[in-house]
Design a protein around this ligand. Structure first.
Ligand code: SF4
Length: 448
């Protein structure tokens, strides 16, 4: 739990000497709580107070970075249990596995498919975040061969899954070499924890800890911390969906509510159900509560798309709506006679209106105003979608020069703006349909 200004004040010398640049110790404590000052600015902080403050200022869940040759992901680093309390910072990363028992051709083709999986939703391009290489062959040689295949095609971050420390070490030697690559290493049980800790420390890579229950995971995490491994990821091998939900929630609560360090790390879930519906259900629960990384062995887009959609909904900052750039968008081969419609820059609004304009098959302009990411009615109520704003946006993007008419179509829900907009812009205002689905019919009727 983050310390308040008053908590910090109690640990300061309380002499108000002003050496830190603040008029009082309390003012300095407030700045520290807001992370606007550094403890080093006070020369009189005692060793004990410094230790207590440093421990308390450690984030409750560590942020772990996995870096590939090209891409990088951060997992963990969350500070709240529920998104509405603040926001979540790092969305659940999705990794797809590659089994080292595949022959060269099969491995190559699977890696290519993983590379090519890509979705576009509300203007965001989404692809698979990482590749997990599984040492199911138990052969170090096969593991390295498949790793080579992956490295020749992909720059994504990697998860190296093997119980053999020598195999992991050989793989690390192959892919490190000062190029900033940092994979997650993932042993499958606690039998070789000491060797794996040594490797994690020597190569400065994150280490996943797998245990059959939370007590064992707790002990394992404490041992890894004693070995000096700071970059950890937790992998409880829950036996049922219920148990997984319970385990993940207990870990997250212990980290956030009790500041319990052995559980203050991101969670990884390995999901292998062969039934696609159950797999989607399990992965949805893992994404919602509280996996930071999920490893799947499927390439099925019908499984991946719902997961990516759910993830996007959960990990969108509720205080910063997804937006599109305010500007004049063109649909089709527009000319001087094309209609001009106007809407706001809330991404969902734009991506609801845009396909309907396309469906009308009438080349059109869509003027998008800056409504700070609000939808039409909300923006109107908040005075972010007014006649003045629309008129200014028309001037800003030279709408007058693009067309030879002076007609602008506003959303039906804000018909009330038409009089004022006509007065200040000098354009004729046409009131469009209330719902975007009415756009094709409306355009066909009024723009022929
Ligand atoms: Fe207080 Fe330290 Fe600042 Fe002096 S330098 S006012 S003791 S916080």
């Amino acid at each position: 739990m983050a310390l308040t200004g008053l908590d910090i004040y109690k640990l300061l010398p309380k002499t108000n000497c002003k050496k830190c640049g603040s008029p009082t110790c309390l003012a300095f404590a407030m700045k520290l709580a807001m992370k606007k000052a550094s403890l080093d600015e006070c020369p009189y902080v005692s060793k004990e107070a410094r230790l207590a403050l440093e421990q308390a200022s450690r984030p409750p869940i560590a942020t772990i970075t996995l870096s590939g040759k090209k891409d990088k992901i951060e997992i963990g680093g969350e500070t709240v249990l529920f998104r509405h309390e603040k926001t979540f910072y790092h969305q659940t990363a999705i990794a797809i596995s590659v089994d080292d028992r595949l022959n060269k051709k099969e491995a190559e083709s699977r890696i290519k498919v993983i590379e090519e999986i890509s979705f576009e939703r509300v203007g965001q391009h989404i692809s698979i975040d990482a590749i997990a290489l599984l040492n199911n062959s138990l052969s170090g040689e096969k593991f390295l061969e498949t790793l080579e295949e992956i490295l020749s095609v992909s720059g994504k971050p990697l998860v190296l899954v093997s119980n053999n420390p020598d195999t992991i070490e050989s793989a690390l030697k192959k892919i490190l070499g000062g190029n900033g690559v940092s994979p997650l290493i993932y042993p499958l049980d606690a039998s070789n924890i000491e060797d794996m800790c040594k490797i994690a420390r020597a190569y400065n890579v994150p280490l996943a800890l797998k245990a059959p229950d939370l007590d064992s995971l707790d002990r394992l995490s404490q041992r890894a911390i004693e070995y000096g491994v700071e970059k950890l990821v937790l992998s409880p091998s829950s036996k049922s969906l219920n148990e997984m939900l319970n385990d993940f929630t207990m870990i997250r609560r212990a980290a956030l509510k009790k500041n319990y360090r052995p559980f203050g790390y991101p969670i990884v879930a390995v999901l292998t159900d062969s039934d696609r519906y159950r797999l989607v259900g399990e992965a949805c629960i893992a994404i919602a509560k509280y996996a930071s990384l999920i490893i799947l062995d499927t390439l099925d887009k019908e499984v991946l798309l719902p997961l990516i959609t759910l993830r996007q909904n959960i990990y969108t900052d509720p205080q910063r709506p997804v937006t599109v750039e305010p500007r004049l968008y063109k649909f089709g081969a527009v000319d001087k006679n094309s209609p001009v419609l106007v809407t706001t820059n809330f991404s969902l609004t734009y991506f609801t209106v845009a396909p309907e304009i396309e469906a009308s098959k009438i080349p059109s302009y869509l003027l998008v105003t800056d409504s700070e990411g609000m939808s039409v009615l909300t923006a109107w109520a908040a005075e972010k979608f007014t006649a003045e704003i629309i008129s200014d946006t028309m001037k800003r993007f030279n709408v007058e020069e693009m067309v030879s008419h002076k007609n602008i179509i506003i959303p039906g829900y804000v018909a009330i703006l038409s009089g004022k907009l006509e007065d200040i812009s000098g354009w004729k205002v046409l009131v469009g349909p209330k719902e975007a689905t009415g756009i094709p019919k409306y355009l066909k009727e009024i723009w022929r």
